[in-house]
Write a protein that binds this ligand. Structure first.
Ligand code: ADP
Ligand code: ADP
Length: 228
């Protein structure tokens, strides 16, 4: 579903953030990208939705080279969740969740129905939390809204960049187990960035262990844990 072929990204200042990366993620697979800060995880992720263009190499989404896909086509196919989900403060949670369907031109009523369904899916009550504004939610709840919003257009692919990184450990664990349950229902192809090896092992079908700009190991949790 996602395929990197010899992808290198060098920034204008000469930093090579990722160096000759090749890997494949199967449909419905959740791959965690783990490693210390600055090893190229976020750069890898942002190249998939073209927030960053590779210097060399090609990236495929299914059969399509992503450099041939326009931003709207990418939005339809890829949901994106970051550490501090940016919600519109002056819009309700329901309106925030309906953002992408709106952008895609869905009728208002259909977009709102879809948003309510999604809030329910991530464990929020549309009638209660949906009518609140983002600053009336806890940090954990805001991250759930971020996940709901990313799922709104039903994209086959989700990119998640430390989505649970900014919440406290107890909430994080709760979000992780709910997220695993959600993934059983929706089966998205997911790239999930974390610097927390425990999170990587718990969530990943496979784990890409990053060293500086390279994937040093790409394997199942059991194998990664068993490695010397
Ligand atoms: P990670 O997500 O693993 O923390 P990043 O992909 O953010 O790593 O960064 C990889 C490397 O690229 C780091 O050395 C970082 O400093 C560098 N880098 C990231 N963004 C830029 C940029 N816009 N310009 C120059 N260097 C950058
Ligand atoms: P969490 O452990 O999920 O981060 P919090 O302790 O922050 O939760 O919040 C607990 C409850 O209080 C949640 O149900 C949340 O909706 C509610 N809450 C938090 N902040 C506000 C607020 N500003 N207005 C209304 N309800 C709030």
């Amino acid at each position: 579903m996602i395929r990197f072929e010899h992808v290198t990204k060098s920034y204008p200042d000469g930093t090579t953030a990722v160096d000759d990366l090749s890997f494949e993620v199967a449909e419905g697979e959740l791959v965690t990208l783990v490693g210390p800060s600055g090893c190229g995880k976020t750069t890898t992720m942002k190249m998939v939705n073209r927030l960053i263009e590779p210097t060399e190499g090609r990236i495929f989404l299914g059969d399509d080279d992503i450099s041939s896909l326009d931003p709207v086509a990418l939005r339809r196919r890829i949901g994106y969740v970051i550490q501090q989900v940016g919600l519109f403060p002056h819009k309700t949670v329901l309106e925030n969740t309906a953002t992408v369907p709106h952008l895609l031109g869905w009728p208002r009523r259909k977009a709102r129905e879809r948003a309510a369904e999604l809030l329910d899916l991530v464990g929020l009550d549309p009638a209660v939390h949906g009518e609140r504004y983002p600053d009336q939610l806890s940090g954990g709840q805001r991250q759930r809204v971020g996940v709901a919003r990313a799922l709104a257009a039903d994209p086959p692919v989700l990119l998640m960049d430390e989505p649970f990184g900014a919440v406290d450990p107890v909430v994080r664990e709760h979000l992780q187990s709910e997220f695993l349950r959600l993934q059983e229902q929706v089966r998205k192809t997911i790239l999930f960035v974390t610097h927390d090896i425990e999170e990587a092992v718990r969530l990943g079908d496979r784990i890409a262990v990053y060293g500086s700009g390279r994937i040093e190991q790409f394997d199942t949790p059991a194998t990664v844990l068993g490695a010397p």
